[in-house]
Design a protein around this ligand. Structure first.
Ligand SMILES: [Zn+2]
Ligand SMILES: [Zn+2]
Length: 273
């Protein structure tokens, strides 16, 4: 029997990968999600967690949707084996940022000063690129994917993945207090699961205004306003150990009780129970 679609967190760390026994429960890999469906795999962001994607039939079509191109969201991409497998249909979709469409982004990633493999090896594979508007929607593998722009230096997308019975909203990087309109609130309204930037703690935030991230309590207030079912704190700072994340969650639950900290390996069903 074909398993129903699900969304797996492959990495939820922000800024830079970390390792060590203080990070075992939540993981140290940076942002990457994998939505598996019977028709193909939808990846959202390509941080170091991308390398934990389970092996699949090389003929499985894949789409990689990038919320933005900061290092922690793309550093797994040049190392992703399907990029070098001519059998895997692979589409990279992203909103152009700094006037860089997705194909120019690949040229940057594979610049000789940064990476040893020549882009010609990548180009030999059937890779297509799709520039996306700042706000929009598309359908891939039977999933309806909507996105909107959120405040973050250089811009970033918030993404909603919908199936007929569930709605999951992913907001890896976002400075909530700088929101200018209601687009994110509308995108997240009533979601079953909201994974939201909670990089900072309240006492860290004042020194980091304009850095593009939110605090756990800001995320909890937003979740309450949006009426979501479950909030998952996301984009954990590299210094946020498992123990510190427990404190983070404890404080956020005073504002929004259904709060937990996202962890690598968490799998969310995309179908009604
Ligand atoms: Zn980030
Ligand atoms: Zn970022």
């Amino acid at each position: 029997m074909t398993p129903p679609p699900s969304l797996r967190i492959l990495g939820c760390r922000g800024s830079v990968p970390v390792a060590g026994d203080r990070f075992l429960r939540h993981g140290g890999a940076t942002t990457a999600f994998l939505v598996t469906t019977p028709h193909g795999h939808l990846h959202i962001d390509a941080g170091s967690g991308l390398l934990d994607a389970p092996k699949a039939d090389p003929l499985t079509p894949r789409v990689i949707l990038l919320t933005h191109a900061h290092w922690d969201h793309i550093c797994g991409l040049p190392h992703f084996p399907p990029l070098y497998d001519g059998r895997t249909p692979l589409e990279i979709a992203a909103t152009p940022r700094h006037n860089q469409p997705p194909e120019a982004l690949l040229d940057l990633l594979f610049a000789p000063a940064l990476f040893p493999v020549h882009p010609a090896h990548l180009r030999a594979s059937p890779v297509t690129t799709t520039p996306l508007p700042p706000t929009g929607s598309l359908e891939r593998f039977g999933l309806l994917v909507d996105w909107c722009e959120v405040p973050h230096p250089g811009g970033a997308s918030a993404v909603r993945v919908r199936t007929p019975s569930t709605s999951t909203v992913l907001v890896p990087d976002c400075e909530l207090h700088a929101l200018q309109d209601s687009a994110l609130l509308e995108l997240a309204q009533g979601a079953d699961h909201l994974l939201l930037d909670a990089h900072f703690d309240d006492h860290e935030l004042p020194a980091h205004r304009g850095w593009g991230h939110s605090s756990a309590s800001e995320a909890a207030h937003f979740a309450r306003k949006a009426g979501v079912r479950q909030l998952w704190l996301f984009h954990h700072a590299p210094w946020r150990t498992d123990t510190l994340l427990d404190d983070h969650v404890h404080r956020a639950r005073r504002i929004f009780p259904n709060t937990s900290a996202a962890f690598a390996g968490l799998t969310l069903p995309l179908h009604a129970p």
